[in-house]
Design a protein. Structure first.
Length: 294
């Protein structure tokens, strides 16, 4: 003789429409071990339980102290990842979430080959060939961070117009940079040098030969004045030697009227166009390389 039983449903004390933290959160440190802000730019993993019908609990970029995450108090970290949910009984699911603090800008360094400009002139004078001095050189890598926020979870940005978060701060206490889409992250362009032709700079002809103001004629060859001039560039070398990475970055114009108090304060410039890399969730890192004038 067989008997039938009514299927049982595990008892739920609450509906768990919000994600309820289960256990202790675990901090992680995604930045390299030699990064000066590694511990300040932390992330953390947290286990949750929630009604299956309410999953996912919130969109990316939601601060962890949002009402969507019951029991969390950290206002500095935003949601960057959710694991796949698994059945927990009673119409609930369990999952883990990753939250990250947006890093402040910081500098790293590495050795890299770089081609320095030459100075056309008479042999035995102050001339030098393109690519002198040769070798690998220390370059500075500047990391800046942006949050892609098309749903305006932490900002009011629109397409084509970067801005800052309405209240979220990065690990250094500054307003977080936000963009509507990754394409809106500003590119820092490589510093290029140009000749002055017929009274104006020809921006279609970048050159690695720098020439004095007014140009110079060597035998049958005439070299046009350049931006910057040899005189200005040599002033950069002097400043770079004296101040190193504390010197100013060239802004692409002559020192006079450039807002840089003259070229004597410039000592570094951009070695390559900046590049982008995914950091965590909607957080994107922009890396820009700088070299000292030599």
């Amino acid at each position: 003789m067989s008997t039938s039983q009514t299927a049982s449903v595990l008892y739920r004390a609450s509906s768990n429409t919000a994600a309820v933290a289960a256990g202790q959160s675990l901090r992680v440190f995604p930045l390299p071990g030699d990064c000066p802000i590694q511990f300040a730019a932390y992330g953390f993993e947290q286990a949750f339980e929630q009604a299956a019908g309410s999953f996912p609990p919130a969109p990316k970029n939601t601060p962890s102290n949002s009402g969507a995450f019951a029991g969390l108090l950290d206002a500095s970290a935003i949601l960057t990842n959710l694991s796949a949910p698994s059945f927990a009984g009673g119409f609930n699911v369990k999952f883990s979430a990753r939250f990250n603090v947006v890093p402040a800008s910081w500098d790293d360094f590495k050795m890299m080959a770089f081609t320095y400009p030459g100075f056309p002139g008479a042999i035995g004078g102050s001339s030098r060939d393109v690519g002198f001095p040769p070798g690998n050189f220390l370059v500075r890598i500047r990391y800046d961070y942006f949050v892609v926020d098309p749903a305006n979870i932490i900002s009011t940005v629109i397409a084509g117009t970067p801005g800052t978060a309405t209240s979220l701060l990065d690990s250094g206490g500054s307003a977080v940079n936000c963009v509507y889409q990754k394409a809106d992250i500003p590119t820092v362009r490589k510093s290029l040098f140009f000749p002055k032709v017929s009274g104006s700079y020809d921006l279609s002809l970048p050159t690695l030969s720098l020439v004095v103001a007014g140009g110079v004629t060597l035998g049958s060859l005439t070299y046009f004045e350049t931006l910057p001039t040899v005189t200005e560039y040599k002033a950069w070398i002097t400043r770079a030697t004296a101040a190193g990475w504390a010197s100013l970055i060239w802004n692409g114009t002559h020192g006079s009227g450039s807002g840089q108090s003259g070229d004597a304060n410039v000592g570094q410039y951009v070695a390559e166009d900046s590049s982008l890399a995914d950091y965590a969730g909607n957080i994107v890192a922009r890396a820009t390389l700088y070299v000292l004038a030599r």
